[in-house]
Design a protein around this ligand. Structure first.
Ligand code: GLN
Ligand code: ZN
Length: 764
């Protein structure tokens, strides 16, 4: 019999209950016990959904209050002393690492948080000391949650991040030099102890995630697998299913022979179906293959016919007992359930499948290959009908868009003059001081803003009333920026629900969910719009607000747009048209917007591309260069329509450019603002090495935490940057937009930031 399995389930709950509980707890409005109880309730609810759907292997320990990697950091006691020394309650120590802690005389910033592979989920980076030791928590979370499910009559398959990935995804703490992978020998006994405890608790199998196997790994990391897994296989341990996802593992085949004592290997056959046959060829005689055929990263219904064919291929080689039908990855990256979508066009809704539905898909496919197609005939017929309807729908094809794409020329990608000439004009035009200060776009999205937006969405206030409210908000942030003495203003983005959704709502080719939330980091969720057809811009999208803001201020007003790659990556893209085609359609729409902003008197325009990097294929080589070529081109196409005197900014939420610096430079943006406060300023060296000629604003403070940086701390950051960048190259700004912050800390932090900039302005 072919088993079905789910690699992980979204944690938030159908109505983002986890987000609400966390935030209430942080605001002292929910007790610790109530928070823990809410977590327990959600776990049970999610196990039950999967049990009722008939899933054979249901995951546990996939739940996390903040992040699952952070769970491991705490469970292994890899907790830097700056968090452990305060004697905080475990959950508070955990949140302190995840989001910083500034309360009761404790003041500690969070650990670094980075993107999980090429997704928009962020994990907390394990951070190691030179003398690092590990110790298993006395009541380890995976055991606790396994028993919790067992008590409810559900035998689960606990999920762990594997030891090699845990180390490789981590880093040495600031001012430490340890190579994380060298800590493997110290870490393995802790895994062994944990696995033994899981076995004792009754866990038959454990899913151990080693997603780093899809990367190009340095030899010392590859070599780490064999000794690691030799120590974790045996009668006293549960059987291990080693899971990989988001790529193929063919280039790491030399690792697989050393893994032949493992019970099963899971591979992502949505992303890389072509790896199937070669992986089968590498399996040991008794090993099982878990076939990831239901997409954990997108919302499209699984094509049953194709998935069944794939699984049948595996069965022919391995037999039914050695094949598992699974989701390609955890369903963490998909929204909870399609059932709560009441507003989607009926035609389109038929094409989608969210986590709850995907759970059933896995079961249907497993049944089809176990008992034959007749056993699930109705499901297969309905699925075939949905596939057919999507392929032939008029919604997906717009001949005018295709016509315009056919007329795009090379010249449309280039600014009129090279940077030095442009800059000379911008300088006289914009009259900026040395070390110009600015922010990244959004100001705090207050409760009041959300209330008014909700009222407007529900039709409780008119468009005019809402517009008046937005104008009032803009007036307010202009006034605050006057008081703060910033140099380049923003309008604060009060009208934007989200930096991608807002644009999607104003473009043809998109549809939206009302409740399709996906976790981005901690309690923060995004609701990605869905690209279903060819994209075009029926009317200006941001001109009204930017123009209004410019009209009431004397300083340059920066227009704010989300770039084509970010619009693409933070949406659920189509899977029937290449992403480069979708990106070009977005770029043409944005190009019109950029030109309209300039015509409306906006002479600084920022086109945010924080998702550029996450789109980078995980392995270097041709695939990566192809991606960069079309990604860079789409940015240039969207921005190159302006005059030399108009200054184009771009923004990135990271500063690790080493491996694709040529692409960043090729964007030809006049100013780049980047995240930097939590990274090592050494990363800026690449700008010197590559003689980067244009201007840069490395963030001077972290915006993910409510912590207020002091003026001297910011001065120190600027000083560090000046080791790499010329004074007239440097802008002073926070790491990112301020929408998730409160006004109180925002004003305090920006006051310190402006004072620090003024200090250097006077010095130079
Ligand atoms: N302009 C956006 C903002 O300030 C940028 C957000 C981002 O880079 N993630 O919110
Ligand atoms: Zn950012």
């Amino acid at each position: 019999m072919v088993q079905s399995s789910v690699l992980g389930f979204p944690r938030m709950g159908g109505n983002r209950e986890l987000k609400k509980a966390n935030e209430a707890y942080w605001a002292d409005k929910l007790s610790r016990d109530d928070l823990l109880a809410e977590g327990k309730r959600l776990r049970l609810a999610h196990w039950k959904i999967q049990k009722d759907a008939g899933v054979d292997s249901i995951p546990s320990n996939d739940f996390a209050f903040y992040d699952h990697v952070l769970d491991h950091i705490q469970m292994f006691n890899a907790i830097p002393e700056r968090y452990s020394k305060h004697g905080l309650a475990p959950i508070d120590e955990y949140f302190a690492m995840g989001r910083g802690h500034q309360k009761d005389g404790i003041d500690v910033p969070s650990l670094e948080m980075v993107k999980w592979f090429d997704s928009n989920y962020h994990y907390v980076k394990p951070t190691f000391q030179d003398n690092q030791t590990f110790k298993l928590a006395s009541d380890p979370k995976p055991v606790r949650e396994f028993l919790e499910a067992k008590e409810a009559g559900i035998i689960t398959r606990p999920v762990l991040v594997g030891p090699v990935s845990f180390l490789f995804l981590g880093k040495a703490d600031r001012d430490q030099t340890v190579d994380p992978i060298s800590l493997l020998d110290k870490l393995l006994p802790v895994y062994a102890e944990l696995l033994e405890k899981l076995k004792a608790a009754g866990a038959e199998t454990v899913q151990i995630d080693e997603p780093v196997l899809v990367y190009d790994l340095p030899p010392r990391v590859k070599d780490a697998f064999k000794p690691a897994y030799e120590k974790l296989v045996g009668d006293k341990f549960p059987k291990l299913v080693l899971a990989t996802y988001f790529g193929d593992i063919v280039h790491n085949f030399d690792v697989l022979p050393s893994l032949q004592s493992l019970y099963a290997i899971h591979i992502d056959l949505v992303r890389n179906p072509e790896q199937l046959e070669s992986v089968i060829g590498q399996l040991g005689d008794k090993q099982t293959l878990s076939c990831g055929v239901v997409d954990g990263r997108n919302i499209w219904k699984t094509n049953f016919k194709r998935a069944i064919e794939t699984v049948e291929t595996a069965i022919q080689k391995l037999g039914k007992d050695r094949v598992i039908v699974a989701t390609s990855s955890s369903l963490l990256h998909t929204p909870h359930s399609l059932d709560s979508e009441k507003k989607l066009p009926a035609e389109v809704k038929e094409w989608f499948s969210f986590a709850v539905q995907k759970t059933s898909e896995v079961v249907v496919i497993a049944k089809a290959v176990t008992d034959g197609p007749a056993s699930v005939r109705e499901d297969l017929e309905a699925n075939a009908k949905a596939m057919q309807s999507r392929a032939s729908s008029e919604r997906t094809n717009d001949p005018q868009v295709k016509e315009r794409q056919s007329k795009v020329t090379d010249a449309m990608h280039e600014r009129q003059s090279p940077f030095p000439e442009r800059y000379a004009q911008q300088k006289t035009h914009l009259k900026l001081p040395l070390f110009p200060t600015t922010t990244i776009g959004s100001f705090p999205q207050t409760k009041e803003i959300r209330i008014q937006r909700n009222k407007f969405t529900k039709g409780e206030i008119t468009a005019e009333e809402y517009e008046k409210f937005i104008e009032k908000e803009i007036e307010e942030v202009v006034k605050i920026q006057d008081e703060l003495k910033l140099d380049v203003y923003v309008h604060g983005e009060p009208e934007r629900n989200d930096m991608v959704q807002y644009f999607g709502e104003r473009l043809n080719g998109y549809v939206f969910t009302t409740n399709g939330w996906v976790q981005s980091y901690g309690s923060r969720c995004v609701r990605p719009p869905i690209i279903v057809g060819d994209i075009s811009r029926p009317a200006p999208m941001t001109v009204k607000e930017s123009k209004y803001a410019a009209s009431i201020s004397s300083k340059p007003m920066k227009g704010m747009l989300t770039g084509p790659i970010t619009c693409l990556r933070w949406s659920f893209p189509r899977d029937d048209v290449h992403q480069s085609v979708q990106a070009q359609q977005l770029a043409l729409a944005l190009r019109d917007e950029v030109v309209d902003l300039e015509a409306a008197g906006i002479y600084v325009i920022q086109v945010d591309e924080p998702a550029l990097r996450e789109g980078l294929p995980l392995r270097s080589g041709r695939e990566r260069e192809n991606y960069l070529a079309w990604a860079v081109n789409s940015f240039k196409l969207s921005t190159a329509g302006v005059k030399d005197s108009t200054q184009i900014h771009s923004h990135f939420c990271y500063s690790e450019f080493q491996d694709f610096f040529h692409a960043i430079a090729a964007l030809d943006a006049d100013v780049l603002s980047i995240e930097n406060s939590k990274s090592d300023a050494k990363l800026l060296k690449v700008f010197v090495d590559q003689a980067y000629p244009r201007h840069i604003g490395p963030g001077v403070y972290d915006i993910h935490s409510p912590r207020v940086p002091s003026e001297s701390e910011i001065k120190d950051r600027i000083e560090e940057m000046l080791a790499y960048l010329k004074p007239d190259q440097l802008w002073v700004n926070p790491d990112c937009g301020l929408k998730t912050r409160q006004w109180k800390e925002t004003k305090a932090a920006l006051t310190n930031m402006v004072n620090a900039a003024i200090f250097y302005r006077e010095k130079y």
